[in-house]
Design a binder for this molecule. Structure first.
Ligand code: ZN
Length: 243
């Protein structure tokens, strides 16, 4: 599209920051520069034994690399980012944040040796209702930065478990036990897989999906979430707050 046309469109169809609601400048996308500057980052990158890695250890799952880009707090205006792509039909916001989380760790060698990106799948019913899988959109953002392929059909969600929002850690664990199955083991056999999720809370969904992937022989696993629940992080690992 020609530059003048883009500028005209921007004038006629103003775009707004998904965090603060301020009108975006022409050069800004999705989130204004001020909100980007104050993103609640976890600063896990490059740190071994970080909270995401420990959450996977909870069920003896070893990861090559693990990261969560930012903190998720229901009282923070930044939770609007998640509402945009989860409830308000803005998959473009997930793609944009997928790119941000990939750019954040790209130069640390986070993606070295990874063969394939696998997003945590949604059930058919939820996918039908939303029209897209937000984790797959995040994975597409990562693909734009890294060039790594994304495979959506490797793991399937066989059961439409009830929403996890109001459940305790143990209830979540029970709620997701055996809900994933490995549909194409040949696609992951002997490969290094990056499993991608949107928000990590207790990690039960991520672990259940990891178990399904690890049924294939020789799979090495890395995990990446856009965010981790800061409430859960403080509650389970008070000594690691901020690490
Ligand atoms: Zn803003």
């Amino acid at each position: 599209m020609k530059e003048w046309l883009k500028r005209l469109l921007d004038l006629c169809l103003p775009r707004y920051c998904v965090v603060c609601g301020r009108r975006l400048l022409y050069a800004e996308t999705c989130t204004c520069a001020r909100c980007l500057l104050h993103l609640p980052l976890t600063r896990f990158k490059g740190r071994r034994s970080n909270v995401v890695e420990r959450i996977m250890w909870d069920e003896c799952i070893a990861t090559q690399r693990a990261n969560a880009f930012m903190k998720f707090d229901r009282l923070s205006p930044y939770c609007q980012v998640f509402y945009h792509f989860k409830y308000w039909s803005h998959p473009d916001v997930a793609v944009y944040y997928g790119r941000l989380m990939a750019l954040d760790v790209r130069d640390e060698g986070f993606f070295e040796g990874i063969d394939l990106i696998v997003p945590v799948p949604l059930s058919r019913r939820r996918l039908g209702r939303r029209g897209y899988n937000q984790s797959e959109r995040l994975a597409q953002g990562i693909r734009q930065v890294t060039g790594l392929p994304v495979a959506e059909d490797v793991v399937v969600r066989c059961v439409d478990n009830r929403t996890q929002t109001q459940l305790t850690a143990e209830e979540r664990r029970q709620n997701v036990a055996d809900i994933f199955s490995l549909a194409r083991p040949e696609a992951v056999c002997g490969r290094h897989i990056l499993l991608v999720d949107d928000v990590i809370t207790t990690g039960s969904t991520l672990r259940a999906c990891a178990h399904a992937l690890l049924e294939a022989e020789g799979v090495r696993l890395s995990v990446m979430g856009l965010a981790i629940s800061s409430y859960h992080m403080r509650w389970v690992f008070p000594e690691l707050d901020g690490n």
